[in-house]
Design a protein around this ligand. Structure first.
Ligand SMILES: [Zn+2]
Ligand SMILES: [Zn+2]
Length: 138
């Protein structure tokens, strides 16, 4: 999806460089909600000229252009999601794994408030312990 947008020149302000394309390539269809550090670690392996600043700046451009969603569900670091469709997230408080919650969750603001605001979206964060982290230690 990301790659298609890029090929069509639909990501505003996105200059094609081998480094930036490598970042896009890594993010395309990525379901792991990686942080900038996670992305850097992987792409720098194949692209030794990659700098963390490039990763950071590229992510910023993609977020500004609406091509990537920035998530603040992890208190330690921002996480990035190439899936910009409306969906919610669940984080494991043990390993910080973030998974998608598909579908609509019916939520609404109390009446009255909707007179003051026109609601354009929502994002629900769930916290839990995954089955791996919940296993008793041996
Ligand atoms: Zn876990
Ligand atoms: Zn997601």
């Amino acid at each position: 999806m990301l790659k298609k947008l890029q090929q069509k020149g639909m990501i505003k302000g996105f200059k094609r460089t081998p480094q930036r394309l490598a970042i896009l390539d890594h993010l395309d269809g990525n379901k792991s909600h990686p942080s900038a550090e996670d992305i850097y670690r992987v792409v720098a392996r194949k692209n030794p000229s990659m700098s963390f600043a490039t990763v950071y700046n590229t992510l910023h451009t993609l977020v500004q252009a609406g091509a990537v969603r920035e998530l603040t569900i992890d208190p330690d670091r921002k996480r990035y999601d190439p899936d910009t469709s409306g969906h919610h997230h669940l984080i494991c408080l043990g390993c910080r794994k973030v998974v998608d919650i598909p579908g609509d969750i019916p939520v609404d603001v109390p009446r009255g408030m909707s007179n003051e605001f026109s609601i354009v979206g929502n994002h629900i964060e769930f916290y839990g312990i995954c089955s791996h982290c919940g296993k008793p230690r041996k």
